[in-house]
Ligand binder design. Structure first.
Ligand SMILES: NC(=O)c1ccc[n+]([C@@H]2O[C@H](COP(=O)([O-])OP(=O)(O)OC[C@H]3O[C@@H](n4cnc5c(N)ncnc54)[C@H](OP(=O)(O)O)[C@@H]3O)[C@@H](O)[C@H]2O)c1
Length: 337
């Protein structure tokens, strides 16, 4: 045996062997048989002119999971970055995990929505295609992405439901397996997912939700675990400006491990069996966010105490607002009324 490998193995404790340390590319199984890398780079609000450089930097630094969406209006530049790293041999397409999302005004046009994203991303397939929100919006309204009625309220398409949209995604997945490797949902509560599962023939591979110590969403996390639906956590740092960095509970756990708050906030999701998306366009932060550690039960209790003490807080609101019946409740987005 190679002496340095033997030396490395001798230094491993039984705990390391049976409980390997989490890394950014720890492969988490999906119900499709594929795997999703533990850490993804987010691209929401990554401005044109910044996002290409950010993705190239991330992939050169080892990121393999990129979270995109048609509605972020930057998939074209994401595609340029993917083309760049693939053409330079930094990475092969099959070693990347690319997620995109069907926007609300495309619920009746799933194939068109997917094709638009594939063309912009300049990739023949996505690894995961999510219904971005369980709310169809008028495809022929006064704006292609965010249509409104004359009174300013969101132009919701009530002629179909999110279950119909899921059927459209199932048909797309079945007719174009070469273009979409897995389908899933985002922003689903237990109530919505129960409704969807009652009518589905394909179980969503993933549910992407806002998730962090101020919004643990334990109910939907447990429900998805029981149904073999993978959870991906978004806005783990508290979204714009990373407000959770200042939380005293997070800072305490970070001090204990001699790491920064980002490491604690991202590692929290791995400890819960989820993957996590962190957005940054700043090279040093993209690098910093790669560091993940194993949190122990005491750390998880300390992080659990944060929302119990301070109450839950959501940082991202749905694009249709309270007029669609969105109750500002901690248990998740629930629009069924
Ligand atoms: N499915 C959905 O509906 C949905 C909704 C929201 C988000 N998402 C996905 O999840 C991703 C992540 O969520 P998010 O973008 O809301 O927020 P986030 O990742 O929690 O936070 C992003 C913010 O934190 C800053 N930041 C990142 N790393 C940092 C570090 N190490 N130190 C200090 N500041 C740091 C970023 O600044 P800079 O960029 O300036 O460095 C940015 O302001 C999104 O980009 C998107 O891909 C999905």
């Amino acid at each position: 045996m190679n002496p340095s490998l033997a030396n490395f193995i001798l230094k491993l404790s039984p705990k390391d062997i049976f409980n390997p340390k989490p890394t950014m590319n720890t492969a988490i199984p999906l119900n499709t048989g594929a795997t999703i890398p533990a850490l993804g780079l987010g691209t929401w609000q990554s401005a044109p002119g910044e996002v290409k450089k950010a993705i190239i930097h991330a992939i050169e630094g080892g990121y393999r999971h990129i979270d995109c969406a048609y509605c972020y209006q930057n998939e074209d530049e994401v595609g340029e970055a993917l083309q760049d790293v693939i053409s330079r041999g930094i990475v092969k397409r099959e070693d990347l995990f690319i997620t995109s999302k069907l926007w609300c005004t495309f619920h009746t046009r799933a194939e068109e929505g997917l094709q638009k994203s594939l063309d912009l991303l300049k990739t023949p397939y996505v690894d995961l295609y999510l219904m971005h929100w369980p709310v169809p919006m008028n495809p022929k309204g006064n704006h292609p992405l965010f249509p409104k009625h004359a009174d300013g309220s969101r132009d919701i398409d009530t002629s179909i439901t999110h279950v119909d949209t899921w059927k459209n995604l199932e048909a797309l997945y079945q007719s174009h397996p070469e273009k979409v490797k897995a389908i899933g949902v985002a922003n689903y509560s237990v109530k919505y997912l129960t409704k969807l599962l009652a009518h589905s023939t394909i179980t969503p591979a993933a549910n992407q939700i806002e998730n962090h110590p101020l919004l643990p969403q334990q109910e939907i996390v447990d429900f998805c675990k029981a149904k073999n639906i993978h959870i991906t956590a978004y806005s783990p740092l508290g979204s714009t400006g990373s407000p959770l960095f200042k939380d005293a509970g997070v800072v305490d756990v970070a001090k204990k491990h001699n790491v920064g708050p980002a490491t604690v906030l991202l590692s929290y999701h791995l400890a819960r069996g989820s993957s996590v998306l962190a957005k940054s366009v700043t090279p040093a932060r993209i690098d910093e966010n790669r560091k993940l550690i194993t949190l122990d039960d005491g750390d998880l209790e300390a992080l659990e105490a944060i929302h119990k003490k301070n109450g839950v807080q959501r940082f991202v609101y749905p694009p249709f607002g309270v007029d669609a019946g969105f109750p500002d409740k901690p248990e998740g987005i629930d629009l069924s009324g």
